[in-house]
Ligand binder design. Sequence first.
Ligand SMILES: [Zn+2]
Length: 232
Amino acid sequence: MNPFKAIINLFLPNRCIICGERLSVSSEYICCLPCTVDFPKTKFWAEDNKMTSAFRELTGDDRCFATSLFYYKEDSPFRAITHSLKYEYGLKTGRYYSELLAQEILHDWVFQDLDLIIPVPIHAFRRFTRGYNQSEVIAKTLGSELEVKTDNRVIKRSRYTKTQTKLSGSDKQSNVSGAFKALKKVDAKHILLVDDVYTSGSTLAECYKVLRECTDTDTKISIATLAFVDKL
Ligand SMILES: [Zn+2]
């Protein structure tokens, strides 16, 4: 055992990101075994799942596919994953679960022709105060795992918007309406647009609209998120 790591662990013990249970000093995992077993995976195959249907309804585009790694609920301990990534500088957590999402995407035939990954942008001021864009962390991990190019300079968040978390469905829609703009034209066969959480889909649908303006008509635009809020 690395003595330096052992001393660090004595004062700052390695704990499960989900339940806080102490992990062994040598553990490379970020969550304990019971939490790994209980992980609420969506098991979404992008060709046919409720997220794909919902996103197709929002965009009116039947060529879109959508996938997400796990179900998100307000009272679930697993919300710690996206909370940590968004508010607590949880980059290691974000990368760990993005690698799991990459494995799902890698085995899904509808994503075999992906050639560009684009993260949902955050406003420059929010990026400055947070220090990073959480969707970019996910997009970069997916890009390196799937060996697909990532570009965070295609769309920009031009308007500072309120956080979506506490808004109702229609308020979310109007909150993000016109908030993004395209910075350049892109040439791609199949783009994967990436965000941390899918709630109403309004942010992703707004980015989709902007991407449509800067891509060819035969470019497919799909989406992937770490978490999916199941309203049923
Ligand atoms: Zn745990």
